[in-house]
Design a protein around this ligand. Structure first.
Ligand SMILES: [Zn+2]
Ligand SMILES: [Zn+2]
Length: 211
């Protein structure tokens, strides 16, 4: 049997020692040619930088006027104006609750678990949008998505993805769906959904009876 040589990065003739192999193009990549999550900076285990760029190009395109409108709509969301406009139109957000478990000592027997439900924010459910889980194999699916009334750190946010979150709504209360304790690290909003998100918020405002 022939011994396996350590793979070399095959991106742009780089040839530095590879740290992984891209599932999309099959090429080995080094640390500097590994794709990273633009929100968290975490490296994708099986995606190279060129394939990430290609994904973005596929979802982009269009003429200059449409692009300018998209930029304006994006700013409307990231600045927090969309959220102010929703409030102004009388569209009430759904409370976001977080369930925290704690153990209460008993005089006899084992501690008893109690679940506290804390209100930690509010959001407007804007519909189902596609998010991609970037584990080893990227997987895209539709999730119920909410526009946050108070994103962490407050408005303005740097990108639309920080103004929205995946969520589950039951009995008029929303819980956020995150893939890590303090937010998403492996799941990101599909770029092509950004104009659709702005449009969904616009139609929520337009549908408000108070308007
Ligand atoms: Zn690739
Ligand atoms: Zn390289």
């Amino acid at each position: 049997m022939v011994g396996r040589m350590a793979a070399e990065c095959a991106i742009d003739g780089c040839a530095v020692l590879a740290i992984g192999r891209c599932r999309e193009c099959g090429r080995a990549f080094c640390m500097s040619h590994q794709a990273h999550n633009e929100v968290t900076g975490a490296g994708y285990a099986a995606l190279c930088i060129q394939c990430l760029q290609r994904r973005r190009r596929v979802t982009g395109g269009g003429d200059a006027r449409a692009e300018a409108r998209d930029v304006a709509e994006r700013e409307w969301v990231t600045s927090g104006q969309a959220s102010l406009d929703l409030y102004a139109a009388g569209v009430a957000p759904v409370p976001v609750v977080e369930r925290r478990s704690r153990f209460v000592k008993q005089r006899l027997g084992r501690p008893r678990e109690e679940i506290d439900e804390l209100e930690v924010g509010a959001l407007w459910v804007i519909g189902r949008f596609e998010w991609t889980e970037m584990q080893e194999i990227p997987e895209t699916r539709a999730w119920t998505t909410g526009l946050l009334a108070h994103p962490s750190g407050g408005y303005p946010v740097t990108m639309v993805a920080r103004a929205v979150a995946r969520c589950k709504v039951t009995d008029g209360l929303a819980t956020l769906i995150r893939d890590a304790p303090y937010g998403d690290s492996w799941t990101q909003l599909e770029r092509r959904e950004i104009p659709r998100i702005a449009a969904a918020v616009r139609s929520l405002i337009a549908a408000s009876p108070a308007r």
